[in-house]
Design a binder for this molecule. Structure first.
Ligand code: 3PG
Length: 389
């Protein structure tokens, strides 16, 4: 792997524009999980120590109207305050519009080692169209550009893509770490076991196709598995499936796929019950994998030398339906850290992993959702182009 890193570049007095991904969950004005913010602290502290003037930019959610309510809901001001606490240092929140003289002046006034955060970069229509005009405006704010937003690298958006045309551009340490670790999944020490779950089969199909080429076995659970079961004519009752999901599942080669032997369902009268795969009745809904499946999956996991896991095995947010997901989390964590190289990705998967308090045992927890899936699918990510080969 070849990466254009900042290395020993002379940064004192330089204004450095850093694309971070601080797209974090916020509920009632509170940041619920700051994992992605923490993941960029190393770079920010490094730039402070180099006495650079640091201008951070991130997106938050998908603001639509650009109206006042939208602007309040998706403002990143709260993130600036949170970051200030984490750094124990003032973080200037710059809500002056990109392209305005006011913003230019505020940035010119930054002192060496100061940190500032621009308002949500998706408030500008030019961001999501990868506009060259917007890229020039952003580039005009700084001397150097660093991309540390791996989780946004699958987007063909200005702040990760077009901007690179107009500034000397570098890959941040998080980009390098993500690519290094995810490459170990694509060039694995065998056996490679992939565990895939979650709901949206459409978002997983490309990664499944690629992993079916690379992995020794792919274990599937969650609503993803329902589509495969339905595609192979098992009755899945009222469980979540989609027509396109079933059609896609039908087209995937069956050879390396391992699917559930037994499941936990909710019955018509709302009870939970255990069922063998062939015993699911009309009106029942699959909510988790069953104990025989856990044993089966566990046997694959404990023989793996490389593990990658994305997507829960059921409705893990419901206490009655989280045994399978927690089992997989514990099995992957126990086999990782020394025995196998273990990678986990995806918001819900990380959430579930945290319930086991075993996240420190995982070798790499990816900050990416869609970006991680795209990378593991073998796609070329626009944000990495020119920075990492
Ligand atoms: C993510 O949460 O996966 C990244 O921040 C990308 O967000 P997006 O799907 O809104 O582009």
């Amino acid at each position: 792997m070849k990466a254009k890193t900042i290395g020993t570049a002379h940064l004192s007095d330089k204004t450095v524009l850093v694309r971070v991904d601080f797209n974090v969950p916020i509920m009632r004005g509170k940041i619920e999980d700051d994992f992605k913010i923490q993941a960029s602290l190393e770079l920010i502290k490094f730039l402070i120590s180099k006495r650079a003037k640091i201008v951070l930019m991130t997106h938050l959610g998908w603001p639509k109207s650009g109206g006042a309510a939208d602007r309040r809901k998706f403002s990143v001001k709260i993130i600036a305050s949170h970051l200030a606490k984490l750094l124990d240092k003032r973080v200037l929140f710059l809500n002056q519009p990109v392209g305005s003289a006011k913003l230019q002046t505020a940035i010119t006034k930054l002192k060496n080692g100061q940190v500032a955060l621009l308002e949500n970069i998706r408030f500008y229509p030019g961001e999501t169209t990868n506009s060259l005009e917007f890229a020039k405006q952003l580039a005009g704010l700084a001397d150097v550009y660093i991309n540390n937003a791996f989780a946004s690298c699958h987007r063909q958006h200005t702040s990760v893509s077009a901007i690179k045309k107009y500034l000397p551009s570098f890959a941040g340490p998080l980009l390098v770490a993500e690519v290094t670790n995810l490459r170990r999944v694509l060039k694995p020490k065998r056996p490679l076991i992939a565990i895939m779950g979650g709901v949206k089969v459409e978002t997983k199909i490309a990664v499944l196709k690629n992993l079916l080429k690379k992995a020794n076995h792919v274990l599937i659970g969650g609503a993803l598995a329902n589509n495969f079961l339905a595609a192979h004519r098992f009755n899945v009752g009222k469980s979540i499936v989609t027509k396109s999901g079933i059609a896609l599942a039908r087209r995937l080669p069956r050879k390396k796929l391992v699917w559930p032997l037994d499941l936990v369902v909710t019955t018509k009268d709302g009870r939970t019950a255990w069922r063998h795969l062939k015993e699911i009745k009309r009106g029942e809904t699959i909510i988790d994998i069953g104990p025989e499946t856990m044993k089966l999956f566990g046997n694959y996991i404990k023989r793996a030398n490389t593990l990658v896991w994305n997507g829960p095995m059921g409705r893990y947010e419901d206490e009655r339906a989280r045994y399978g997901t927690l089992f997989v989390a514990r099995a992957v964590a126990s086999r990782s850290s020394g025995k196998a190289f273990g990678v986990v990705g995806g918001g819900e998967t990380i959430d579930a992993l945290k319930l086991t308090k075993m996240e420190d045992d995982i070798d790499w927890i990816s900050t990416g959702g869609g970006a991680t899936l795209a990378y593991l699918s073998g796609e070329k990510l626009p944000g990495l182009v020119g920075l990492i080969k």
